[in-house]
Design a binder for this molecule. Structure first.
Ligand SMILES: [Fe+2]
Length: 282
């Protein structure tokens, strides 16, 4: 997720580095918003069963692989992704000691990023997600400047508010932009993970910031989606701010360069709008 760069840059080198990071983030989203179309996502979904048969690996092997990856969509995270996985799992364990299945969700929620280590471009793996096949809403990051070359924005149906969907059709019936969330969700389904529905939901939509943090796309949601929303928010709150909320996550200290939670925490008042206050068709 793009959480914003720090506000002060005292050293010229730091400013230069920050500029490069922002360029990297912006270019990742530019590619994503140019190429993520209905046709692209459908092809990815159709190819997945064959893809899942190509290779087997354990959860721990996948976690170790993540150490090789730096997420190009995130200006704040220049540390191994496995660290984030353990930190999130530990945060959830402290906040919800009775929900062992939730601890596991924390550990594996980003495992789909291994796609980037097997030839998938980062714009099809990382970053915030959004529904394809309908009008892009304002809260999609860089929405004003990165979709101009996406053919779906000129499609007579896909460019409309509801696009190819019915009002309140439910997020489970939406075609989301292709990335590690959707991939991991489908891998869990393919492998018959025996986890609660909430776990699948959190994995699938944890990068859908325009919805879970900014309150957009409500016109496509059902009551069930709204019941699931607090779970998704809880995962994100622990994943990105748990060390602050719980008074420190034991062995997981604040990360180098971590911004104050009041600026970056997805649960902070300026970051989250309750759904009933947010825009979009009601
Ligand atoms: Fe993620």
């Amino acid at each position: 997720m793009l959480r914003g760069l720090s506000l002060s840059t005292p050293e010229p080198d730091a400013a230069l580095q920050e500029g490069k990071l922002l360029d990297r983030v912006y270019n990742t989203y530019l590619l994503m918003h140019t190429h993520q179309t209905v046709d692209f996502v459908r092809k990815k979904v159709q190819a997945l069963p064959g893809h899942c048969s190509l290779r087997k690996m354990s959860i721990m092997e996948a976690l170790e692989l993540l150490d090789q990856l730096v997420d190009e969509s995130d200006p704040d995270v220049d540390f191994p992704n496995s660290y984030h996985a353990y930190q999130t799992a530990e945060g959830i364990r402290q906040a919800h000691p009775d929900k062992d299945w939730f601890h596991l969700v924390g550990l594996l929620h980003d495992l789909g990023k291994v796609l980037a280590l097997f030839g998938e471009p980062q714009w099809a793996v990382v970053g915030d997600t959004f529904p394809v096949g309908c009008k892009v809403q304002k809260s999609v990051v860089f929405s004003d400047s990165t979709f101009h070359d996406n053919p779906d924005t000129r499609h007579p149906l896909y460019s409309t508010e509801y696009g190819m969907y019915q009002p309140r059709c439910g997020l489970e019936n939406i075609l989301m932009s292709w990335g590690h969330d959707e991939y991991m969700y489908r891998v869990m389904k393919f492998n018959n993970f025996t986890l609660p529905k909430e776990a699948f939901y959190m994995v699938r939509f944890h990068s859908f910031y325009p919805w879970h943090t900014h309150g957009d796309y409500q016109h496509l949601c059902t009551e069930e989606d709204l019941r699931m929303l607090p779970w998704v928010r809880e995962l994100k709150c622990v994943a990105w701010g748990g060390w602050d909320r719980t008074g420190g996550l034991g062995q997981a200290p604040p990360l180098q360069g971590e911004q104050p939670p009041s600026m970056t925490h997805p649960c902070s008042p300026q970051q989250v709008r309750p759904l009933h206050q947010a825009g979009g068709a009601a």
